[in-house]
Design a protein around this ligand. Structure first.
Ligand code: NAD
Length: 298
């Protein structure tokens, strides 16, 4: 069994650390929020007093932090975990962050003689609790092979997407498609309402025709056709509008930095900013954007 440092035991990191504990590992948890650490300790983890203490003599360090700036802060510099860990420590960053930071931090770990992968997830808090997350990984074959047994204990689908940063790249591309398709499905249902086509009829036609997509068939944004979708519970998240906006902004940053013209991605970012921030719906499920489309339609 391994000695694992876990930094960032919040909504996602907490249950992920619990699954590593259940698998029999020793987990040393660190978080700036004391209540998050208390929950991890109640589940069997040991409290680390600092990020350095979480990383010292660890076989593996997993980080699950809000954004790129936190990842830099935790990994880099004299006080960072790359300086504190030993050469055989494996780093797994599961935070969703920008591709450029992921590549820079992995390069810094490799320069220190260590192995690291970026391994952002999809599946939300429910997936973290159930141990059914999807991990999208970037890094060398060797680092991925070392990380996989641990990822298997926290997730169900583990994909190696290529070299460093490619996990983050795959994640933001997936979520950009999802945002664009959810807006498309929402616009179509609002147009159908205006034209007098009822929800179930439109669903029955589109779900077996060329408009078929996950946003429609698994996450339909009107109540009825897909009973488990958030539309049936007043758009209680699920995947929040604020998290979708975060990922869309990362996609647009990457598009600008790497020279891709993603005009619908830019439109989706603008619409989710309006929904989450101007309309105050940040905590609602992202599929609730149909309400804004309906309101804007008068
Ligand atoms: P969260 O805010 O609940 O947890 C992040 C934790 O990091 C917090 O407890 C915070 O105190 C801690 N933290 C911040 N800076 C720190 C530092 N310097 N040192 C130690 N701890 C620090 O967020 P979350 O929902 O668990 O999300 C974590 C990451 O997972 C984010 O990048 C998010 O985009 C991604 N993600 C979240 C979901 C979701 O449904 N919540 C789904 C997929 C991916």
């Amino acid at each position: 069994m391994a000695r694992i440092g876990f930094i960032g035991v919040g909504n996602m990191g907490g249950p992920m650390a619990q699954n590593l504990l259940k698998a029999g590992h020793e987990v040393r948890a660190f978080d700036l929020a004391s209540d998050a650490v208390e929950r991890a300790v109640a589940a069997g983890a040991t409290e680390a007093a600092s990020v350095q203490e979480a990383a010292t003599d660890a076989d593996v360090v997993v980080t699950m932090l809000p954004a790129g700036k936190h990842v830099r802060q935790v990994y880099l510099g004299d006080d960072g975990i790359i300086a504190a860990a030993s050469a055989n420590t494996l780093f797994i960053d599961s935070s969703t962050i920008d591709v450029a930071t992921a590549r820079e931090v992995i390069a810094a770990a490799e320069a220190g003689g260590m192995e690291m992968i970026d391994a952002p997830v999809s599946g939300g808090v429910g997936g973290a609790e159930a141990g059914t997350l999807t991990f999208m990984c970037g890094g060398t074959d060797g680092a991925f092979d070392r990380a996989k047994p641990y990822l298997d204990q926290m997730g169900k689908t583990i994909v190696h997407a290529g070299p460093a940063g490619n996990g983050q790249a795959a994640k933001i591309c997936n979520n950009m498609i999802l945002a664009i398709s959810m807006i498309g499905v929402g616009e179509a249902f609002v147009l159908a309402e205006k034209l007098g086509v009822d929800h179930q009829t439109l669903f029955d036609i589109c779900s077996t025709a060329s408009a078929q997509c996950w946003a429609l068939t698994s996450y339909c944004p009107v109540p009825g056709p897909v009973p488990a979708s958030p539309a049936n519970r007043d758009f209680q998240a699920g995947f929040t509008a604020t998290n979708m906006l975060k990922d869309l902004r990362l996609s647009q940053e990457a598009a600008e930095g790497f020279g891709a013209k993603t005009e619908l991605g830019a439109d989706a970012t603008r619409l989710y900013a309006a929904y989450a921030e101007e309309n105050g719906m940040a905590a609602k499920d992202f599929s609730g954007i149909i309400n804004m489309i309906r309101e804007n339609s008068g």
